[in-house]
Design a protein around this ligand. Structure first.
Ligand code: GLU
Length: 300
């Protein structure tokens, strides 16, 4: 693994940044800076129906307002489809992927069992004569064949985590039937292409990590260090997100909000540290992943 630290923050421009996304941005930024590393920002704008116009710029303005200054140019996944296509072709040449014509209904009705992320695909289309196009049918999704083996890793916050992809997930989608690239493929291709070797992100993505490690192995990429942050929950115990109406960050409250997320990260700042830049600098000096709790945090 590359010894120089490269980290990143990879928001999807589907809404304003909220307290949960600020926690991820701050933790990934401070972890990178504490290691003398680079911190990249990648806009994961792969799913236009879910995106909100103007949000990518809004997110970048918000990061800047909080003193979270990134290195290099912001990368936009919408401009990198050729890389995802190359990776899929590489897997296709090695017969590691196959086209799947199953509807959502079929996937649910034929599921082997329920896995970590919903129904476990039965492998129906892997077993039938394969065609990548069929004039009577719509375009297929493309799925990666998974092995009946355990894929595990040691997370910097959560500890050891593993899955058997065949039992827990099933062959998973890399290119969706609607023509959009799946998050799992794009994130693996981009992290490798950008030399990212430290990934600090929310625990909602913990269940995706074994898939991403397996995909890295299939594509011959190096893996990364992972640290999955506790999720922030609202007063009803739900994860803060656009769906649960998480309020946008108030740009007039940078100090208070930074103090709040540093507190959640196990680093309540000294009272005499005030300005956002000083708070972030203070956090870099005192930073340690072992201070971060693994369990979800109820916000007030
Ligand atoms: N774009 C994803 C999100 O906003 C994050 C992807 C990642 O960090 O791997 O939830």
């Amino acid at each position: 693994m590359n010894s120089f630290y490269v980290g990143r923050f990879a928001p999807s421009p589907t809404g304003h940044l909220h307290l949960g996304s600020l926690l991820t941005a701050v933790a990934s930024f401070v972890d990178a800076r504490a290691h003398g590393g680079r911190w990249l920002v990648r806009m994961e704008d792969l799913d236009p129906p879910r995106e909100v116009p103007g949000m990518a710029d809004d997110i970048l303005r918000t990061l800047t307002a909080f003193g979270l200054h990134w290195d290099g140019e912001v990368v936009y996944q919408s401009q990198r489809h050729h890389l995802y296509r190359d990776a899929l072709n590489q897997l296709r040449r090695r017969d590691l992927v196959y086209p799947c014509f199953c509807s959502r209904k079929t996937v649910f009705s034929e599921a082997k069992c329920m896995g970590v992320d919903g129904p476990v695909y039965s492998g129906r289309c892997a077993a039938i004569a394969l065609r990548s196009t069929d004039k009577n049918q719509k375009s297929p999704a493309w799925r990666l064949r998974v092995a009946n083996q355990t894929v595990g890793f040691d997370d910097g916050i959560v500890g050891h985590y593993q899955q058997n992809l065949d039992h827990d997930v099933g062959d998973f989608v890399l290119l969706r039937a609607d023509g959009y690239w799946a998050y799992q493929l794009a994130v693996v291709v981009d992290d490798a292409a950008q030399g990212v070797n430290h990934i600090v992100r929310g625990q909602d993505l913990l269940v995706s990590t074994p898939r991403q490690i397996y995909l890295q192995q299939c594509l011959g990429y190096a893996s990364a260090h992972y640290a999955h942050l506790p999720l922030l929950t609202n007063d009803q115990g739900q994860k803060w997100s656009k769906q649960t109406h998480a309020p946008a960050l108030d740009l007039h409250q940078q100090e208070a909000l930074l103090r709040q997320v540093l507190h959640y990260l196990g680093l309540p700042p000294a009272p005499e540290v005030n300005h956002p830049t000083d708070l972030l600098m203070w956090a870099q000096i005192h930073w340690h992943l072992t201070r971060i709790p693994a369990a979800a945090i109820a916000t007030h």
